[in-house]
Design a protein around this ligand. Structure first.
Ligand code: GRF
Length: 187
């Protein structure tokens, strides 16, 4: 039996796409559910094209433990890929060390509430950092604070715009996130 992953994403879903593509031929892991709080999320088109069931949920549903656990009853692992809501304590209890997130910077720098998307890359640019990167980490009850699984770096040039930095970071994400998932959870 393959282990079943639920991908939580609220945005474009380019990481979700990279993970789905990479795991297509896996004999041990599969993306079994796409979950989102945003009915307009690009990731829903990706789910449809890949024939993966999607779950769109409200904040009330997300905080309702019995309702939400019922939706996840066949799920083994949770992967956050551009999901912005804080993960409730009950989910962390039910999935101990089985929820990971990707952050588009080298935590603990440029993390925490409000630090997401282009805001991260703009701040890296303003601070004239010589490098940035990605952090894949376990999820606990605080934003961006769980144990680090993997960090990968990329150089930032003096003339890189936030858009160029974002592109560099996305390339790292798309390469390393699927491989990291496989390494963590393949038996
Ligand atoms: C990624 O940069 C990820 O690090 C962050 O949200 C972004 C999602 O991008 N957590 P996408 O929707 O996968 O394109």
């Amino acid at each position: 039996m393959k282990k079943r992953i639920a991908l939580f994403a609220s945005g474009k879903g380019s990481n979700a796409q990279a993970i789905i593509d990479y795991l297509t031929d896996s004999e041990q892991l599969e993306v079994a559910l796409i979950a989102t709080n945003n009915k307009n999320a690009g990731v829903l088109e990706i789910a449809q094209a890949a024939h993966i069931p999607a779950l769109i949920f409200s904040r009330e549903e997300f905080t309702n433990e019995s309702f939400f656990m019922e939706q996840l009853k066949e799920v083994d692992y949770i992967v956050l890929a551009g999901f912005l809501w804080l993960i409730p304590a009950y989910l962390i209890k039910h999935f101990p060390d089985k929820i990971i997130n990707i952050h588009p910077a080298l935590l603990p720098k440029y993390g925490g509430r409000g630090m997401y998307g282009m805001k991260v890359h703009q701040t890296v640019c303003e601070n004239k950092e010589a490098e940035t990167g990605i952090t894949i980490h376990f999820v606990n009850e605080h934003y961006d604070e769980g144990g680090i699984v993997l960090q990968e770096k990329v150089a930032v040039s003096a003339d890189d715009t936030p858009e160029v930095i974002a592109q560099k970071v996305h390339m790292l994400e798309h390469y390393f996130y699927p491989r990291c998932i496989e390494k963590l959870w393949n038996n």
